[in-house]
Structures are given as C-alpha cells and as structure tokens.
Ligand binder design. Structure first.
Ligand SMILES: [Zn+2]
Length: 448
C-alpha cells in the first residue's frame, strides 16, 4: 500500500551498517545540539537540510545536505529526522491497571482512591514487573530514549517497588535510560519514615519526590506546616545529595508553588528541583502570574507540563462540559527563560484512562493543546533538549559525538508530523534499525 515509503529498504540497510550517511535529512534547529552547519538550507519551519554521518553507533559528522556530492548512504529526500524523545514524568508503577482498579470517575480524588485500592490489593513484585515491562516495551516500540518515572513510595510499598524498578532498569540498560523519584504525600516527611524513604531512594540512585498535599487531602486544601515539611524534605535530599522532583498544584486553586520556590532558595537548591503540573498558575491574574514566574526563575525550578492528563482530570464535573484546559502557562514560563518540558504522565490507570508511552504523540498533542504553533519556533525542544536537561542526560538532540538514537519520519514539514501518528516511523538505536512490535494487551492478562 505504502509504495513510496522508504521503510523496507532502509530497514534492511540499517540493520547491519556500521557506517552510513543519512543524506538530505531535515532536522528542526531546536533539536540540533549546535547551530545548523554553515550553508545548510533552512525551511519555513526552521528545520535544516543536512547530511548525518553515522559511525559505530554515534553521529560522526553533520554537514549541509549533499555537500560532498557522493551517493553513498541513503537519500532521505528531505524527510524529517528527529532524536529519540524523552518522557521526563511517567508513572510506570501505576500503569495498565485499567479494568482492574476500581472506576475513578475521571476525577483526581476518585483516581487517588482507586489507585490506593489497587495498590493494596495487587502491587507485589510480579505485578509491578509485568506492568512496568509492558510500559517499557511499549515505549521502546515508539522510540523513547529515556523515562523518569515517579514511584508511589508509601511505607510498606517502597522497598517492593524500588527493588522491582532496579531490576527493570537493569533489564533496559543500554536501550531506555531510566530514572525514578519517590512519590509520597508531603506529610510523610513529618514522620521518621521520611528519612527511611530518603535512604531507599539514595540507595537506588533516585530523586526525592512528593506531592504538595496531605495524605488523603486534595491539592489546594493546604498543609499548615507546608514550610516545615518542605524544609525536612530538602534537608533529607541535601544530606544525601539527591535532586528533587515534586507534583505541585495539580488543581485549579492551589498555591504550594511559591513555598517550593522559597524552599529551593533557602536550601541553595536552585537548578535542582523539578515541579510537575502547576495547573493553578493558569488562573492567576496577569500581575500575580508575572510575580510568580519571577519567583520560579529566581529559584531555578524546571517545570514539566502534563497536558493530556490535565485535560482529563481538571475541570471535570458529571454532566458538565469542561470550560478550561487545566494546563500550565507554558508560553509565559518559557518566555521568562524557565526550562519547560512536556511529558506523558499516567498511562491506562485511574489518573488517565488512555496513553501509550509515545512521546511523539504526547508532543503532537502538546502543540495543539498549548498552542505551540504559528510559528512552531523551538516547540520541539519540549520533548528533546528540555527533558534531557532536566534529567541531566546526553540525549534528545542530534549532534556530533552523540549516540545515533534517531527517528526517521515519513514527513517533510512539522505540520505533517503533527497531523499523523507516524506508526511507520523508522527507529534507530545506536545507529542500527531498532523497530519492534508493540506488545499485545494480552501480555497483561496475567495481571488482570
Ligand atoms: Zn504525575
């Protein structure tokens, strides 16, 4: 059917070549590690036409297209080539419990209750390994380079989950880079357990995390001792040299973000704290938002927006159509120089019934939801360079000396990338053809 597709011939050649030139590749400048090579033609979307030389799994050279005039390699004829993308905020431990967990009603409190019930009933090592493995096999098939997952780390659960995560991380080593952050309601740090959790996280090389609400409470209902709890969390992190990644203000009315920013400044943790969601920023007045963003910039916080899950959970009321998008003001944050990434968050669990660990899909939806178009400018950086910076990893860009972890898309413009799901993308890992089939949902039957 797809007679013009490059897929079959390319797949065969990339399965074995140690050295190959991808000629006439089109790469958004936002996804290049350095400036576009001098002389490279730029298109109206801000993408450069280049030749990419791959050697022994790395990018050996980037040149203006057809500069050497030779016919060696494969002629991509102007198709887009992207780095493998990065999902800096996921929940591999919660994923793929749809149909098993109680119905959440699609609300945040409902999702919390349903997840707690599912966790207490099922989350042993076998169950976690099977579902995390399914999530990663799915991400692998879609060409994801790296994932940072949050792990529910309640007392009694943390050891089981972190040891399953360690096993999974080892299994995927060299294919998908994995990081994890321990997730607990902030009041967990009020008790001795906070220090024990910090030790578990440190032993596994993770990040200290949390959600800025009380156990069983909602975002926005507040915590009287928020400042004290944040001081405890930051102190535990500092003692163990851990970075911090928090779920913050995942509601229309919630105001923990300034507390987090002030704690980061108080503890000298600028540049080491990531905040996910921050939905309530969108409903501040213009003046309040300007001041809030200045504080975020001072504290060096990085922000991760999770638009698909926000659209699902925020502003939901039975029998009433949602009126706001629930997403954080990404454009204003970026304009102030704050690092902002987009990420997938939950997948087929009580917090989000859908999702498929496909960062290209998350990015395509993000552009539409957040209006990152007209022009696209550097919108692509939200799924490549920005999450790579947040995770501190060498990925998410196309650059000389970098791993040849790339996607070739059957698209010649950014609008074509956004319009289609690109199930026919060609995936290269370390320069070699790496497409794999998506795992069947039947694999999960044992977990149901
Ligand atoms: Zn999350």
């Amino acid at each position: 059917m797809n007679d013009l597709s490059l897929f079959p011939s390319l797949a065969a050649r990339l399965a074995r070549s140690e050295r190959i030139r991808l000629a006439k590749a089109r790469v958004p400048v936002a996804l290049l590690a350095e400036d576009a090579p001098v002389g490279a033609e730029l298109d109206r979307d801000g993408s450069a036409l280049i030749d990419i030389l791959l050697e022994n799994g790395r990018i050996a050279a980037i040149q203006p297209a057809a500069s050497n005039g030779s016919n060696e390699g494969v002629d991509l004829d102007g198709r887009h080539v992207w780095p493998l993308l990065i999902d800096a905020h996921a929940h591999l431990d919660k994923g793929h419990t749809m149909g098993r967990a109680p119905d959440s009603g699609g609300t945040h409190p409902g999702a919390r209750a349903a997840t707690t019930a599912d966790r207490l009933a099922h989350w042993n090592a076998d169950d976690l390994l099977r579902r995390m493995e399914f999530g990663l096999a799915t991400a692998d098939a879609h060409g994801v380079a790296a994932i940072r997952t949050h792990l529910d780390s309640h007392e009694g659960q943390a050891e089981i989950t972190w040891s399953a995560f360690a096993q999974t991380r080892e299994h995927w080593k060299g294919r998908i880079t994995l990081q994890a952050a321990g997730l607990v309601p902030l009041d967990a740090y009020r008790e001795d357990y906070g220090a024990r959790l910090a030790d578990i996280v440190a032993n596994h090389g993770g990040l200290l995390g949390g959600v800025t609400r009380a156990s069983g409470g909602t975002h926005g209902s507040g915590l009287d001792d928020m400042e004290t709890l944040l001081d405890k969390l930051f102190t535990l992190a500092k003692e163990r040299e851990l970075d911090i990644d928090l779920h913050v203000d995942e509601a229309a009315q919630a105001h923990a973000l300034p507390d987090v920013a002030r704690a980061a400044i108080r503890h000298g943790y600028e540049g080491r704290v990531t905040c996910g969601h921050c939905c309530s920023l969108a409903l501040l007045s213009k003046v309040e938002l300007r001041d809030r963003i200045a504080l975020i910039a001072d504290a060096g916080l990085s922000i991760i927006t999770l638009p698909t899950v926000n659209m699902y959970l925020q502003d939901r009321e039975e029998g009433r159509t949602p009126r706001w998008r629930g997403v954080t003001p990404v454009q204003e944050l970026r304009a102030a120089g704050i690092t902002v990434a987009t990420a997938g968050d939950n997948c087929r669990d009580p917090f989000f019934a859908y999702g498929d660990h496909d960062m290209l899909d998350t990015w395509r939806q993000s552009v539409r939801i957040l209006h990152l178009d007209h022009p696209y400018a550097d919108a692509a950086s939200l799924a490549g360079p920005a999450p790579a910076k947040i995770m501190g990893i060498d990925a998410g860009v196309v650059g000389v000396g970098r791993p040849a972890d790339l996607m070739i898309l059957e698209a010649w413009s950014v609008d074509q990338i956004i319009a289609r799901p690109h199930a026919d993308r060609v995936i290269l890992r370390r320069g070699l053809f790496a497409n794999r089939a998506l795992p069947s949902y039947r694999v999960l039957d044992g977990a149901a």
